[in-house]
Design a protein around this ligand. Structure first.
Ligand code: ZN
Length: 656
């Protein structure tokens, strides 16, 4: 482990707090030190308040900030004297502690200071750094971990036995620090939890962290191994239908839909294929705060019912008698280890599933290294229960307000690179869905550039491409809940007497056949959708009120509408709803260039603005309008509507 300190970089940060930001980010850059919100840092500064008094303040990481990207506002300032007085109390409940922290900040709008703020305050150093470094939790989670830590560090660190984070831990650390400190003290190890380093400058504190963690890594390398080899090769594509079945079971257990993510690289497959996997994976997480994201244990195999039953037993065993059974968290697993499906993680969003995957990715290495050091030995179930059901964590879970409409759900949109399709992707994302975005334009693969969109180039007219895209999409999020049949072509201006058979077949292929194929192939997934499958087809005003010169287009949309009506009859029993929109006058799409618009307006003897609003309501219909209605059709407002056809055209006299 090397220091990442760089004088040139450091120059860009000003003052004590600036350098605190810099070295916090250095810690955050290394995922073996700090992973997704783990760890915290602080600096003690002096500041003159509004009435001219100089105050000692602790600037400590605030909740909601990650060290990797933290900035000055991520360090709320708390009055240091008060924190030191609090540390001397015999007891303080955690909600009281949080209230004291918030009530003694200098900026009422700042984020809540870390629950480890009092601990930071009691350490008599300007800079304090805290991580849950992989190497340290590896060593402490083995038999005789305490002796090993003593062997590694001698008297350079204070050692604190495990107790839960919060006020009691801060108090115990203050007592142990006073008792064990000496002239060589540069850090503090919290058994089964992590490590602190401290110093007079940002660089000193940071580099002591690097040095201390490096010593643990060296110890692991000497007594086992730090660099791991993987015996099983990475596996190719996952069976998306098997994954979707698992997702249905897990979502049912949770009581709400979850997105799944499968990882089948050499590391995951080697861990899963170990003969002792069922034993070593069933102890607990690497550090207690992971329990919130990963649950205490992964599910081995796919028997979700048994996992739920075991979770209930665990809850009943450790929950205090008075605890209301309604306070049990959802009993669904978040990490699943399966020989076929790989390391599968579940989350309320693609981002959350990825965070869980990152955590378990590190956990697998930690467990394997600890096994080589004499055996992986996690905290007791009771300790982990106390963490999982900690007041402060529960309060965090309860916050957050109403979840997004499509949280944990997956939508597939065709023709997603532009116009109505692109707007549909945005409307689905705005409601919390993950989206599989298909388009013939290769730009689709990078257009959205976010973890909750899988962009796939696909010519819907090619059946094998379409099938492959659906499989790839369903694999990336664990299934499919909503299907938006949007891709289509409008080759206007050709009368029946001059329409070639090729052109007729081309239009029918894209506008009709592709949708039938996609519906047929998507059906097994839609049937497994935790909240029921939904399909929205883009019909057209032309179905209800055709014009001359577009027979292939109008006929294809009429036939598509008929397909949706038949599908509604056939699939209602599977709780799949299918509805059709008939848009018109949507001019902000690719086919409507300024020239085409001007030409059409001239044809009718209208200005472009008059042409755009030539409907009963005299209004312009945008792609966004159509997309919002598409999304709402998939939502609870239309939960009892299927086979409906809705015009979205500003009112058309011929349709009315
Ligand atoms: Zn910690």
């Amino acid at each position: 482990m090397k220091s990442l300190w760089d004088d040139n970089e450091a120059k860009q940060y000003e003052g004590d707090l600036g350098l605190r930001v810099y070295t916090s980010r250095l810690l955050g850059r290394d995922t073996s030190l700090v992973l997704h919100g783990g760890g915290n840092t602080s600096v003690k500064i002096k500041q003159t308040n509004l009435v001219g008094e100089e105050e000692d303040l602790l600037c400590v990481k605030g909740s909601g900030w990650d060290l990797e990207s933290i900035d000055v506002p991520g360090f709320p300032a708390v009055k240091l004297d008060h924190l030191i007085k609090l540390a001397k109390l015999e007891s303080l409940s955690d909600p009281q502690m949080v209230n004291e922290l918030r009530a003694h900040m200098t900026n009422a709008g700042a984020p809540t200071p870390s629950v480890e703020a009092i601990l930071h305050a009691t350490l008599p150093y300007k800079y304090v750094d805290h991580t849950h470094a992989d190497a340290v939790v590896t060593v402490t989670n083995t038999p005789n971990g305490l002796d090993k830590i003593k062997q590694i560090y001698g008297d350079t660190v204070v050692i604190v036995p495990y107790i839960m984070p919060g006020f009691d831990l801060a108090r115990l650390c203050a007592i142990e620090f006073e008792r064990q400190r000496n002239d060589h003290t540069i850090g503090m190890v919290l058994m089964n939890h992590g490590i602190f380093s401290f110093g007079d400058t940002a660089r000193e504190s940071y580099e002591r962290m690097v040095r201390l963690v490096g010593m643990a890594e060296d110890y692991i390398q000497e007594h086992g191994t730090w660099t791991l080899d993987y015996d099983s090769p990475a596996q190719g594509t996952v069976d998306p239908l098997a994954l979707a079945q698992l997702r249905r079971d897990i979502s049912k257990a949770a009581g709400f839909p979850l997105v799944l993510r499968s990882q089948r690289d050499a590391k995951a497959m080697s861990f899963i294929n170990r003969s002792d996997m069922a034993k070593i994976s069933q102890q607990g997480p690497a550090t207690p705060d992971h329990v919130i994201r990963t649950k205490r244990l992964p599910l081995v195999g796919r028997d979700v019912k048994k996992y739920v039953a075991d979770y209930k037993t665990y809850f009943e065993q450790y929950a205090p008698q008075a605890r209301d059974p309604k306070t049990m968290l959802d009993p669904a697993p978040r990490v699943i280890l399966d020989r076929e499906l790989g390391m599968v993680t579940a989350g309320k969003s693609a981002k959350e599933a990825k965070i869980v995957a990152d955590i378990y990715d590190h956990t697998m290495d930690i467990i394997v290294r600890a096994e080589l050091l004499g055996g992986w030995q996690a905290l007791s179930a009771k300790d982990l229960f106390d963490m999982e059901y900690w007041d402060l964590e529960q309060a965090k879970l309860r916050k957050g307000g109403k979840p997004p409409l499509f949280q944990g759900e997956v939508a597939l949109v065709t023709g997603a690179a532009s116009g109505i399709g692109r707007a549909c992707v945005e409307s689905m994302l705005a409601r919390g869905a993950a989206v599989i975005a298909l388009d013939v334009d290769p730009g689709i693969e990078t257009l959205f550039d976010r973890s909750d969109v899988t962009g796939i180039q696909c010519d819907v007219a090619d059946e094998s491409q379409l099938k492959a895209a659906l499989k790839q999409g369903a694999s990336s999020f664990g299934g499919l809940d909503m299907l938006v049949l949007n891709a289509g072509v409008f080759p206007g201006g050709c009368r029946i007497d001059s329409l070639s058979s090729e052109e007729w077949r081309r239009v029918m292929n894209i506008n009709l056949d592709a949708n039938l194929i996609l519906m047929r192939e998507a059906y097994p997934y839609l049937k497994l959708a935790p909240k029921g499958g939904r399909v929205v087809a883009m019909g057209s005003k032309n179905f209800l009120a055709p014009g001359p010169g577009a027979v292939a287009y109008s006929a294809s949309k009429a036939a598509l509408t008929q397909i949706t009506r038949v599908a509604a009859l056939e699939w209602g029993v599977d709780n799949i709803r299918i509805n059709t929109l008939h848009p018109d006058c949507v001019f902000d799409t690719g086919i409507w260039t300024d020239e085409v618009l001007a030409a059409r307006a001239r044809h009718y003897g209208l200005t472009v603005d008059e042409y755009k609003t030539k409907n009963v309501l005299k209004t312009e219909v945008t792609s966004h309008d159509v997309a919002e209605l598409t999304a709402e059709l998939c939502g609870p407002l239309f939960a009892k509507t299927t086979a409906a056809q809705l015009p979205i055209d500003g009112g058309n006299e011929r349709v009315i």
